[in-house]
Design a protein around this ligand. Structure first.
Ligand code: C2E
Ligand code: CA
Ligand code: CA
Length: 732
């Protein structure tokens, strides 16, 4: 063993050791020569040292040169050296110092030290005294003769109990002072931060709990573990119990720091948010030894954070998820269960605005809350639902189609019972999730597309976003991507259908009807694209284009000296909302110098119901400039003849479906006769469209309507064909 365990000697001590070493050398040197001098030294030594041993390593013997009486327990006066070292280490040295003692006498290390120039080696051990106690002593090992024949050491032993006591006391005082300062710092921190402290350690039963803890919080603080008091005495809020359980697991796993924010019950029964943190102090083996915990009241801060979080995630009116959260939670649900078939159900209340208007916002809000409760009650347990906006609710469910329909029926029935003198009619659009990568907002939009197909319908309450609808939407997308180029490429062409005077079969007018001459799909009828253009607003541009084509045509007829045939153009309802509607038409007729009465304006009946005031103003302006109006599709909507009185209408055009359906019954015939008679009375011209047969034409004539448009006379045809009909076959 080569390592040194000999006490490291501070400088001062080393100096005195050197002096002693010199003195000793003199004793040994003079001992045999001058006995009286040796005696003096001997006396002096006995005053300093309690015992002196001579160790002869070569012979493996030792002897006690002297020792003070009645102090130490000593080995026999002389004997076998190594056995004595071993015996002493066991019987006369404090067990804690035994290892150190044996190392002190490790000869290899001793020799190395002296070879390295050390004069003596000093160790400190607790030695057994005759009073039965152990007391601190120094052992000084000094080489007395180191030759090949004789390896002799002297060991001087000195009682340093007093010195050690003073040292220990100083040390302890120092520690106590340190502790006092640390405690003071700790107290200041605790006072300033309002932190409450608790502590327990593995090895002792001593537990510390800030007295403020039992003062504030419920529970019987009877010496049990704090955490157990909170658990067993229901101090912790039931919803936070899992947090505490996890906290205890973490603590046991000996995480050095764990924290949790939980609600604790105060004596008044109210729960307040607290942050509890625990620091674990470990022993040398890394085992938890001591736990120091802190508790802070974080009630206000937590409540405001929670309130903010709530606002951000929930709809404050109904308590359901808001749009963002619904999207996020639904996406999470869909992604986490790839095997399930999910659907998005979108619910919308028909004319909810009317409820707000009629009964006030308060009633509207109450209804929305009732709907939220209904959804909560009837949705399946794992469904995710939320209020997306206004009166729109969405559910993400993995119910089957049949189950979804059943739930819808329940909700519809319950809403029909809602105590409001207004029939509450929800519509539902359903979109199945075929690809989990499709964002939830897109799925909701698709559900909405399905919903729109039935909105306002009294008979159908739900619609699925299916392949047909998907195809329609794809077709619409394609049309929308092509329409602008089609307009500038001249793919939209104007067809003309003659209007005829029944008794003479003479052409008295014509209607411009648009077709899309598509480069790959051929001639597309307007029913395919007009409704879409009305939705996306492109109809405004298209109509203006057709109006211009009509003006150009009228101009060529006038310029070529022919009597121009009055040309009717269709005016989409969208123009009613266009502030420049009148200006545009006026500019157009001015530009081509067309008398406005030649460009007749056909407006569908239902358009009159929408924006009456605005429309009336526009019509009056245009009427003042000699424009004439036809009410198109008369009989398809709900307008009364009475309404016509207030409008500058020149012609009524009986809807073709109205004609074909009504004319089959006697009652229908009577209605048509009445309409015709009343129109005459009001000085409004009347024309029937969709006349397909001679019978229909004759019936109209008999009833007093002598103008007709329909396949019986001609289909809509290209301009040149119309011109042949109008100008070559006979005189218009
Ligand atoms: P509309 O204004 O009521 O036009 C009359 C429609 O009835 C035309 O269909 C015409 O071809 C069809 N029709 C005429 N006679 C008969 C008949 O005897 N039997 C049957 N079954 N149908 C007949 P078309 O050309 O397909 O136009 C459909 C609708 O598209 C038009 O209905 C009109 O609302 C709209 N539309 C057409 N062109 C334009 C346009 O340039 N602008 C606007 N805004 N709408 C247009
Ligand atoms: Ca028309
Ligand atoms: Ca019509």
């Amino acid at each position: 063993m080569n390592t040194f365990h000999h006490t490291a000697i501070p400088q001062k001590q080393a100096q005195s050791a050197a002096l002693k070493a010199t003195a000793l050398r003199r004793i040994v040197e003079h001992k045999t020569q001058e006995p009286h001098v040796a005696e003096q030294y001997d006396l002096a030594l006995r005053k300093i040292y309690d015992e002196l041993y001579e160790l002869n390593v070569t012979k493996n013997t030792y002897r006690i040169v002297y020792h003070v009486a009645d102090k130490y327990v000593t080995p026999p006066e002389s004997g076998e050296l190594f056995k004595a070292i071993s015996d002493v280490s066991i019987t006369m040295i404090h067990p804690d110092d035994k290892a150190h003692f044996l190392e002190f006498f490790d000869l290899d290390a001793v020799r190395d030290s002296f070879r390295a120039g050390r004069e003596c080696l000093i160790g400190e051990f607790r030695k057994l005294w005759q009073d039965g106690g152990y007391h601190w002593s120094t052992l000084t090992l000094f080489p007395a003769g180191l030759s090949a024949h004789d390896e002799i050491y002297l060991v001087f032993i000195m009682d340093i109990g007093e010195k050690k006591k003073v040292e220990e006391l100083t040390q302890r005082n120092h520690l106590l002072e340190q502790q006092r300062l640390a405690d003071e710092r700790y107290r200041i921190i605790i006072d300033q931060t309002g932190t409450l402290v608790f502590e327990w350690s593995r090895d002792s039963d001593a537990r510390f709990i800030s007295p403020e803890i039992p003062r504030r919080f419920a529970g019987e603080y009877d010496g049990r573990d704090l955490m157990h008091i909170w658990q067993d005495d229901a101090v912790i809020h039931p919803m936070d119990e899992p947090l505490l359980t996890q906290f205890l697991i973490n603590t046991r796993k000996a995480c050095s720091y764990t924290e949790m924010t939980i609600r604790l019950r105060t004596h008044s029964g109210q729960h307040i948010w607290c942050k509890v943190a625990l620091t674990c102090i470990k022993d040398e083996q890394g085992q938890p030894k001591r736990y120091i915990g802190t508790l802070n009241d974080v009630d206000q801060a937590t409540r405001s954070i929670l309130a903010l979080k709530y606002r951000a995630e929930y709809d404050t009116l109904t308590g359901l998820y808001n749009m963002q959260t619904f999207y996020a939670k639904a996406a999470q649900r869909i992604n986490e269960h790839p095997g399930h078939h999910y659907s998005i159900v979108r619910m919308d209340i028909d004319r909810f605005k009317v409820i707000n208007d009629l009964y006030g916002i308060g009633e509207g809000d109450k209804l929305l809350c009732a709907i939220a409760r209904l959804i909560q009650e009837h949705a399946s347990p794992h469904d995710v639902y939320g209020r997306i906006s206004g009166d729109i609710f969405c559910i993400c469910t993995n119910d089957s189609r049949a189950e979804i329909i059943r739930t819808i029926h329940i909700i519809v029935e319950k809403l029909a019972e809602y105590p409001l003198a207004y029939r509450i009619m929800p519509s539902f659009g359903i979109c199945t999730v075929d690809n989990s990568d499709t964002p939830v907002n897109v799925l909701c939009d698709w559900a909405n597309l399905a919903l729109k197909t039935i909105k306002g319908s009294y008979l159908t309450t739900y619609a699925f976003y299916d392949d047909k609808l998907r195809q329609r939407i794809l077709d619409e997308k394609k049309i929308e991507s092509e329409m602008h180029a089609a307009l500038s490429n001249g793919e939209f062409v104007m067809y003309l259908q003659p209007k005829v005077h029944i008794p003479t079969s003479r052409i008295i007018g014509t209607e411009a009807l648009v077709r899309w001459n598509h480069p790959t799909q051929g001639l597309i009828p307007p029913d395919v694209f007009i409704p879409l253009f009305e939705k996306n607003g492109f109809i405004i541009q298209l109509d203006e284009y057709i109006w211009e084509q009509a003006c150009i045509l009228l101009r060529t007829w006038i310029d070529s000296g022919r009597t121009p045939v009055p040309l009717s153009v269709n005016v989409s309802r969208m123009h009613i909302h266009d502030l420049h509607f009148c200006d545009k038409l006026l500019k157009l007729v001015t530009r081509y110098a067309i008398p406005p009465y030649l460009l007749k304006l056909e407006l569908t009946e239902s358009a009159f119901l929408e924006n009456e005031a605005g429309l009336l103003a526009a019509m009056n302006t245009l009427h003042a400039h000699d424009f004439l109006f036809s009410m198109d599709d008369f009989g398809s909507g709900y307008s009364s003849l009475n309404m016509l009185k207030s409008l500058p209408i020149d012609t009524i055009k009986i809807d073709r479906l109205f004609l074909s359906e009504v004319v089959t019954t006697e009652r229908g015939k009577t209605i048509i006769r009445h309409i015709i008679a009343m129109a005459h009375q009001m000085n409004i011209r009347i024309i029937a469209e969709g006349v397909e047969t001679m019978e229909q034409a004759l019936f109209l004539l008999e009833s007093g309507c002598c103008l007709a448009q329909g396949y019986f006379y001609s289909r809509p045809v290209p301009v040149d064909s119309f011109e042949k009909m109008a100008y070559e076959a006979g005189t218009p």
